[in-house]
Design a protein around this ligand. Structure first.
Ligand SMILES: O=P(O)(O)OC[C@H]1O[C@H](O[C@H]2O[C@H](CO)[C@@H](O)[C@H](O)[C@H]2O)[C@H](O)[C@@H](O)[C@@H]1O
Length: 382
């Protein structure tokens, strides 16, 4: 069933997802099928050289760079007049017909949940913390931490971030959750026999509390290459004012949020020039950030499937997974839930965006309200 078919009102319960059997959900790829870095180095696939860059393709990237992560609604209002602001409001409200607010649709969501067990998957930046200029300052508020702790005490909850797992844990500081860093390429989850017997290689380890856990790192072979490319990229953009590197362990971020627009093209050219020598790595684009990562068949969607399996929630039709995220990489997770017709995504956005999510929330403040409502509903219904 197309979840959007016929949807014309933010609050009509008839248009909620119909959930199918979860049997087909668990299809994550074993790491044994991933290309090894050595194999990739022998391929002939090349990213165009700077100077020889296909102008159309470069222009496409530049458009993306300009459009990425428009500033928050309040800031938009600072630079447009009242009529334009009204137009933006109208566009947003029209868009919400297709992506109803998870707050105004809350009753419909809990009707759908019924007696099912909820499983929550949360992105970090732009979802649990507001987007800020300096990535080091993307702190989570104490109120948000309390809301996340509360839901995590009631539902299995995981954070799936593009950041390194350690860094996202440093921000969140909650032991009650499961963490997947580097866009799902670094997962710390509970020990599950089935995960091992499915041929997925996990390392047994202990968490900061000494509890036994499984570490799943499908891109571990790429670590030397990632650290090499991190240094090269750092060298290549060091003279560009405002460009900032971030080491996310199995991926690298090149931030351009604080770069002058006139220099965007330079950032793009420098990054693609370095990547020309690394056909095993691919470039994706987030909110004013380039993300460089291994070409392996793994993403946040696969991480959701993996965690559902690890948490023992995959075999049950009685589970409703909800994924909340704001960025392009979260779309992989939205798509997995949509395709399995099992749960749904909630897109966090204050501007209209095409998405595979089913619902929307405007910003992290609304995410917090949603989490609080979920916790209150669960407590009062048990
Ligand atoms: O999957 P996520 O947890 O959303 O991580 C994606 C990227 O998030 C961070 O960058 C974004 O947030 C920064 C802080 O608000 C902001 O300065 C930056 O412009 C955004 O792109 C993180 O710093 C990146 O490494 C992640 O790839």
């Amino acid at each position: 069933m197309d979840l959007k078919t016929g949807l014309n009102s933010p609050v009509i319960a008839d248009h909620l997802p119909t959930l199918a059997s979860p049997a087909a959900v668990m299809t994550f790829t074993s790491p044994t099928s991933f290309p090894s870095p050595g194999l990739c180095l022998n391929t002939t696939k090349k990213i165009p050289l700077p100077g020889k860059i296909d102008e159309v393709r470069a222009a496409g990237w530049l458009d993306l760079m300009m459009a990425a992560s428009p500033t928050r609604r309040r800031q938009i209002k600072d630079v447009v007049n009242d009529t334009q602001a009204d137009d933006l409001d109208l566009q947003y409200h029209n868009w919400m017909v297709d992506y109803p607010s998870a707050l105004t649709s809350f009753e419909a969501i809990i009707d759908l949940a019924g007696s099912k067990r909820l499983a929550l998957f949360l992105d970090y930046d732009g979802t649990l913390s507001p987007i800020v200029d300096n990535p080091e300052n993307a702190l989570m508020s104490d109120e948000m931490r309390a809301a996340v702790r509360h839901v995590a005490s009631l539902f299995p909850t995981a954070i799936i971030s593009g950041r390194s797992r350690d860094k996202v844990f440093d921000f969140v500081k909650l032991n009650e959750l499961h963490y997947a860093g580097s866009h799902g390429m670094d997962i710390m989850g509970p020990i599950r026999k089935t995960a091992d017997s499915n041929g997925v290689e996990c390392i047994h380890s202990t968490d900061s509390k000494g509890k036994e856990v499984n570490l799943f790192q499908p891109a571990s072979e790429f670590l030397p290459m990632i650290s090499e490319v991190y240094k090269k990229l750092g060298e290549s953009v060091k003279d560009i004012n405002g460009a900032k590197m971030e080491d996310n362990k199995f991926c690298v971020s090149v931030h351009y949020r604080n770069v002058a627009e006139d220099d965007y093209k330079k950032v793009f050219q420098r990054v693609t020039a370095v990547l020309e020598d690394y056909p095993c790595l691919r470039l994706t684009h987030g909110r004013k950030v380039f993300e460089v990562r291994p070409v392996i068949d793994w993403n946040k969607g696969k991480a959701v499937e993996f965690l559902l399996e690890s948490l023992g929630l995959n075999e049950s039709e009685d589970v409703l997974p909800i994924y909340v995220g704001d960025d392009r990489t979260d779309e992989d997770a939205f798509r997995v839930l949509k395709a399995s017709n099992r749960g749904f995504g909630i897109l966090v956005s204050s501007i209209p965006k095409e998405s595979d999510a089913f619902y929307s929330l405007r910003d992290p403040a609304e995410v917090m309200e949603f989490l609080r409502k979920l916790a209150a509903w669960k407590e009062q219904s048990t």
